[in-house]
Ligand binder design. Structure first.
Ligand code: HEC
Ligand code: HEC
Ligand code: HEC
Ligand code: HEC
Ligand code: HEC
Ligand code: HEC
Ligand code: HEC
Ligand code: HEC
Ligand code: HEC
Ligand code: HEC
Length: 311
């Protein structure tokens, strides 16, 4: 047999298989049967992204419509209803809810780390945030508007976004998911992979901050080590602060002196006066002129022209 003919036969076989209606394993009755007794659920279901499996008609029974999540319905129908005869999410332990949804939703990058996420480890699962049948949010089947959803469990964060200096999340200009992946994030490439905090990664594994503050991205000829290595949160509060520029310290020089204090990289005090930033000599901190570090070191995030970030 010629190669061409073999290929043609194989292809034909594949087309033949694809053209067959999906075989129905036992126990599946089809979504139309559910309609009669659950008209309220049906009424909205055509708008649900999960309706696609019904519309297409090409999915196997265990991946089509109502039974793709609730399991085979025959026993339930024969019993004329009841929670024991079908997968009722109101009765399921969190772990099983997670497994049920991840049967189809595990493959994408955005949820690759979900099992190790702080949410999963604390029993916050899909249905804590998503509502399949009663979602009031236009997108992503969220159980509530995103901001209400997250603040529902993270009250303390709301007050951070009400501080004098803040990212305007409460005003609707940004959302939590501009910076966080509530499904869990991979270990960050910055700050030595510590404290991941479900902070999402933007392109090429960089901090999400750089999506918007792209002028801080570099690469700079002269980098200020903490910006890339330790991350933006070393000096800034990401949510809100009583200090201008979202800084972690009210006065800029106290922030700088936390590191430029005469100790070496390992926190050891070097010989007196011989540290990274001696208190005597050119930098006389008693002289108010020297206290406002960034009036001279204007390129504190990195510079292409000066190793001391003076320009
Ligand atoms: C993507 C998975 C999924 C699909 C598909 C699905 N459901 Fe549900 N269903 C759920 C979850 C999860 C709940 C628990 C409540 C919630 O989160 O909305 C639920 C709850 C229910 C309830 C309990 C009442 C209620 O509203 O909470 C009924 C009845 C129900 N579903 C019937 C159906 C029917 C009928 C279909 C097909 C038209 C269907 N479901 C399709 C996941 C699904
Ligand atoms: C003959 C009527 C009937 C048919 C057909 C039917 N159900 Fe039900 N279903 C009921 C009744 C009655 C209940 C019990 C409601 C209760 O206890 O609150 C129920 C409960 C449920 C629940 C549990 C709701 C909860 O509170 O968690 C789910 C899920 C469900 N049905 C899904 C389905 C699906 C999916 C189909 C189609 C395969 C289906 N039902 C077909 C009558 C029916
Ligand atoms: C802590 C809350 C939370 C939990 C838990 C959660 N989600 Fe989400 N999910 C969200 C939010 C918020 C969005 C919207 C993301 C955005 O705005 O970009 C979303 C988006 C999605 C999307 C659409 C966008 C995408 O990433 O593909 C899918 C699908 C999804 N979630 C599935 C799941 C599944 C499945 C689970 C459980 C295994 C789950 N989610 C658990 C909050 C959550
Ligand atoms: C049988 C496979 C299957 C199961 C099980 C399943 N989903 Fe989905 N889900 C899908 C498909 C397919 C889509 C549509 C993707 C698209 O639009 O391209 C989807 C879309 C979504 C979306 C995105 C909505 C949007 O607006 O983009 C969310 C959120 C979601 N599912 C949550 C869940 C949750 C929560 C569960 C468990 C209760 C679940 N899914 C179970 C197949 C499944
Ligand atoms: C501008 C980016 C950004 C936005 C927007 C944002 N976060 Fe954060 N969030 C972060 C970063 C970065 C951290 C890690 C801080 C650290 O480890 O020092 C964090 C930490 C957290 C923590 C861990 C507790 C803590 O204080 O370390 C929680 C909880 C949290 N964020 C919730 C939220 C919620 C809820 C929203 C939306 C209302 C939100 N975040 C919006 C960047 C952001
Ligand atoms: C049902 C409650 C619940 C909801 C809804 C919820 N969270 Fe959480 N979240 C938790 C719990 C519990 C933890 C773990 C304990 C803690 O750090 O407070 C947590 C932890 C976090 C953390 C810290 C992770 C870490 O590594 O320390 C961040 C960031 C976070 N949530 C963001 C969000 C965002 C963004 C949303 C909205 C999309 C959200 N959460 C919705 C309950 C919730
Ligand atoms: C979605 C876009 C976006 C992301 C992501 C983002 N920011 Fe911002 N940021 C802004 C905008 C817009 C402002 C302007 C202030 C406002 O909205 O009121 C701002 C303001 C700031 C300011 C204060 C500037 C000033 O002039 O006072 C700092 C500092 C800052 N962001 C740091 C960060 C850090 C650190 C991160 C990451 C944890 C981050 N941003 C993530 C959009 C973003
Ligand atoms: C070593 C501490 C430090 C680190 C790390 C740092 N910043 Fe800053 N940042 C500052 C200081 C100090 C200012 C205030 C400068 C001034 O006084 O003019 C500032 C100001 C800003 C501003 C507002 C003024 C401007 O220059 O646009 C933005 C936005 C900002 N930083 C974003 C970021 C982002 C994004 C990162 C992470 C990539 C980051 N910062 C990392 C110290 C730092
Ligand atoms: C989290 C620690 C940290 C903070 C905060 C910090 N720096 Fe640095 N800075 C460093 C490190 C580490 C280097 C690299 C030192 C080296 O290569 O020997 C550096 C280098 C510098 C240099 C280049 C000179 C040199 O010794 O290489 C200047 C200038 C500088 N920092 C100024 C500042 C100013 C101004 C601030 C406050 C806005 C500040 N730094 C805040 C850690 C920090
Ligand atoms: C009046 C301008 C000016 C101010 C304000 C200033 N610097 Fe400098 N800084 C310089 C100049 C010029 C140099 C390089 C030559 C030198 O060492 O005098 C320098 C050098 C440095 C160096 C490199 C190592 C060293 O000791 O020479 C560091 C680190 C540094 N400054 C940090 C700071 C910090 C932190 C502050 C705030 C407490 C600050 N500077 C305030 C002008 C200034």
């Amino acid at each position: 047999m010629g190669l061409g003919r073999l290929v043609a036969l194989l292809c034909g076989g594949v087309f033949w298989l694809a053209a067959q209606p999906p075989s129905a394993p036992s126990g599946y009755v089809g979504s139309n049967v559910c309609r009669a007794c659950h008209p309220d659920v049906w009424a909205n279901f055509y708008k649900n992204p999960h309706y696609k499996s019904i519309a297409s008609g090409h999915e196997p029974a265990d991946r089509t419509g109502c039974e793709s999540c609730h399991g085979p319905g025959q026993a339930h129908v024969e019993a004329r209803g009841g929670k024991a005869s079908i997968i009722a999410f109101s009765e399921l332990p969190q772990k099983q809810i997670l497994d049920n949804c991840l049967r189809c939703h595990a493959e994408t990058l955005s949820r690759a780390n979900i099992r190790r996420s702080a949410h999963t480890l604390n029993d916050v699962v899909c249905t804590s945030c998503h509502s399949i049948h009663k979602s009031p949010a236009p997108k992503f089947l969220l159980a509530k508007r995103q901001i209400d959803l997250c603040y529902g469990c993270h009250q303390e964060v709301r007050s951070q976004f009400s501080m004098p200096f803040k990212h305007r999340v409460n005003e609707g200009f940004m959302t939590c998911t501009d910076c966080h992946n509530p499904h869990g994030a991979v270990a960050p490439t910055w700050r030595m992979a510590a404290r991941p905090r479900m902070v999402d990664q933007a392109l090429s594994n960089e901090e999400p901050c750089l999506k918007c503050h792209s002028e801080k991205r570099g690469p700079f000829l002269y980098e200020h080590e903490p910006v890339r290595v330790d991350g933006c949160e070393t000096c800034h509060y990401p949510h809100g602060s009583t200090n201008s520029r979202l800084l972690r310290r009210p006065v800029v020089f106290t922030l700088c002196l936390e590191c430029h204090n005469g100790a070496d990289h390992f926190g050891r005090q070097t010989s007196p006066g011989a540290g990274v930033l001696p208190l005597t000599g050119t930098h006389n901190l008693a002289d108010p002129r020297y206290q406002n570090c960034t009036t001279c070191h204007v390129r504190v995030h990195g510079s292409n022209s000066d190793a001391l970030f003076l320009r």
